[in-house]
Write a protein that binds this ligand. Structure first.
Ligand code: HEM
Length: 620
């Protein structure tokens, strides 16, 4: 006992000394991130070992439907809604509208049938949730203090675990969470730094309960501290979607959702984005060498994603594929968004001293934000002018406003101030460019790596689209193999590694009582790669998403790459549309081959493929 205390006090002294000395310590700042950042690698060398099998992939089994397990839970939500009492929500009609939105969204992305098995599955799940809400469940729950986790010290919490000698020392975030799950199970408490405790969730049942009880205004309050700081100083305290909470968040979300979420609206962007995809492919054709090889395709993918989002937002082309470097403003804009993302990641690795003085990272961030704001305000002014001119000409409302870009819709919404419009634009650029380009990088890697699947996907594209030149959203939706391929890519390589929430009420999670307000981090990348929830989890099998698949996803909350519920990803459909169209345009023209043998996944705010990504393009 005495020796343990002595050892602990030595540890404590050592940790204190390190803390005092360190101003820029990576490890410490892993702690300051409340979430995000991860490294989906299986081994310490950070090289991804998934997908190294050389065996030929099986054929897609069925092209008649989609086997998305979400569908089952959404298909008959009414049952779950009437059966379960969701505390924190006032009326069942409110809940219904939220779930109805979700249901519509899922129905939209997956075609599925109603059958008895599905019905009984839903009933079972609703019963299960009801059971978790029963007073018995609360009465029998083990206390919060007993949730297992890495050892903590008085005052310092679990900080010592990250320092030399600590169990987490030198591990990537992904390795840390794999280790914590293995050691402690499906619910793990962590106090990574003093005064901050979070609960790590590895059980999709718990995820389901959290999401189904989050109410209409889910809380996700542990991200982007620099952005909050900037908004207070330079944006009249107006926060964006990523950082606002409660009514403030809801107002923004309502203000923008209708212009970017509904399928018919996304359809309006289809041809514009197709043109961008076509230019992307033309660009790749130009930069490949005489052998067809592109040593690193990632910057071009990023430009594609940027150009597509700019078109959607501003109804303008930024010229990201052009060799002409004369448009300094566009170059600055692209660089600023890059800098913002880079600094947002650095923020997670550094002590938040920017709150007290302007650190180097914060100065870079602030300059980039100011530049982005200036350019967004310019586009807002252009859109206002264009709209005014239409009113004068008596044409307002005649033309489909969607074609005029998201910004036109936002400025004509009287409920949104200029600061709010700017920060929404900012969120879309920072939330949408990198994520989508990482997803597309993984998709191209897997297409090149699996020639059989590539051929099947191409056959579907040629067969379904015939020689149709300009596509509508219905054409894209008909491509089930393309969609299954993308879904499976995101399952294997979740771009967003975890979903976070602050609990809206006390919940019993994995048998423990977790109080309202607790920060929970749901590790969807771990869950979607776990054999317990996904059969043949390590294998890349797009056919699992088709109806009648033999290899199944066994839990409807085992795959949540875009989050869930009213606060789920705003740009999901846009991201998917971009990726589908890039695949279509690329495979019509080229065969993809000779990619990296293995890939590395880098630690950043999201999971990204570490460049370079090599691709050989052979004209068809
Ligand atoms: C592969 C691409 C993408 C992935 C994997 C992804 C993933 C996510 C996830 C996991 C969340 C949090 C959801 C939750 O807490 O339940 C989120 C939120 C968000 N995403 Fe995406 N995203 C992607 C693309 C995009 C695009 C293209 C845009 C913009 C057009 C976008 C804009 C946003 C915004 C604004 C939020 C915050 C929503 C809110 O809090 O109301 N994302 N995204």
């Amino acid at each position: 006992m005495a020796s343990t205390l002595l050892r602990k006090s030595k540890d404590l002294r050592r940790v204190c000394a390190i803390v005092v000395k360190s101003v820029h310590i990576d490890t410490l700042n892993v702690l300051i991130r409340a979430e995000s950042t991860s490294v989906p690698t299986r081994d310490s060398s950070n090289v991804d070992v998934r997908e190294q099998s050389t065996s030929a992939p099986t054929k897609f089994q069925d092209s008649t439907g989609c086997n998305c397990p979400f569908e089952h839970i959404f298909e008959n939500l009414d049952y779950g809604i009437s059966k379960v009492r969701y505390a924190g929500q006032t009326s069942s009609s409110e809940r219904k509208s939220t779930f109805q939105e979700e249901m519509d969204l899922e129905k939209e992305t997956c075609s599925f049938s109603q059958d008895e098995k599905v019905e009984s599955g839903i009933k079972q799940r609703a019963d299960e949730i009801a059971r978790k809400f029963s007073s018995d469940a609360y009465k029998n729950a083990k206390p919060f203090s007993e949730i297992p986790g890495f050892p903590t010290l008085p005052i310092l919490g679990g900080i010592h675990n990250f320092f030399p000698g600590g169990v987490l020392y030198g591990l990537t975030w992904r390795e840390q969470k794999w280790l914590m799950q293995k050691k402690y199970g499906n619910i793990v408490k962590e106090t990574p730094f003093p005064g901050f405790t979070r609960i790590n969730i590895f059980d999709p049942d718990d995820a389901e309960l959290i999401f189904r009880t989050e109410g209409k205004w889910p809380l996700r309050d542990s991200f982007f501290f620099m952005q909050k700081h900037f908004n207070i100083l330079h944006n009249k305290g107006v926060h964006g979607l990523a950082t606002a909470q409660e009514a403030e968040w809801h107002k923004l979300r309502q203000g923008v959702s209708k212009y970017i979420v509904p399928p018919q609206v996304i359809g309006e962007y289809c041809r514009g984005v197709q043109m961008v995809a076509r230019d992307f492919v033309t660009r790749l054709g130009k930069v490949k060498d005489s052998e067809g090889l592109i040593e690193n395709v990632i910057p071009h993918i990023k430009n594609f994603s940027f150009e597509a989002i700019a078109l959607v937002c501003f109804n303008t082309r930024l010229g990201a594929f052009s060799d002409d470097r004369s448009n300094q403003e566009n170059i600055d804009f692209i660089q600023s968004v890059d800098t913002i993302l880079e600094c947002s990641y650095l923020e997670l690795k550094q002590i938040p001293l920017f709150r007290y003085y302007k650190t180097k990272t914060y100065r870079r961030y602030e300059n980039a934000m100011q530049c982005t704001k200036r350019i967004c305000l310019k586009h807002i002014a252009i859109a206002r002018e264009r709209h005014r001119a239409k009113i004068v000409a008596g044409e307002a409302g005649v033309e489909q406003e969607v074609y005029m870009g998201l910004i036109t819709n936002l400025i004509t919404n009287d409920n949104l101030s200029e600061e709010e419009v700017f920060i929404i634009m900012h969120d879309i650029f920072t939330g949408g460019v990198d994520t989508t380009s990482h997803m597309l990088s993984f998709v191209l890697y897997l297409l090149a790596k699996h020639p059989n699947y590539q051929e099947q996907v191409r056959e579907e594209i040629l067969g379904e689209l015939k020689n149709k030149d300009l596509l509508d959203i219905e054409d894209v939706r008909a491509l089930k193999l393309v969609r299954a391929f993308v879904k499976e890519t995101l399952r294997l390589y979740a771009v967003a590694p975890a979903n976070s929430r602050n609990l809206k009420q006390d919940l019993v999670l994995s048998g423990y009582l977790v109080p309202k307000g607790s920060v929970v981090l749901i590790h969807n990348d771990w869950i979607s790669l776990n054999e317990g929830y996904v059969e043949d989890a390590e294998k890349f099998m797009p056919e699992r998403w088709l109806r009648h698949a033999t290899s199944k996803i066994n839990h409807p909350f085992a795959y949540l790459p875009f989050g869930f519920g009213p606060r789920s990803c705003l740009g999901r459909r846009m991201a998917e549309l971009e990726v589908y169209l890039a695949i279509i345009e690329l495979l019509k023209k080229y065969k993809l081959s000779q990619t990296n043998e293995v890939i590395k996944i880098g630690e950043g705010i999201v999971n990204a493929l570490v460049p370079p990504l090599k691709i050989r393009l052979t004209p068809r």
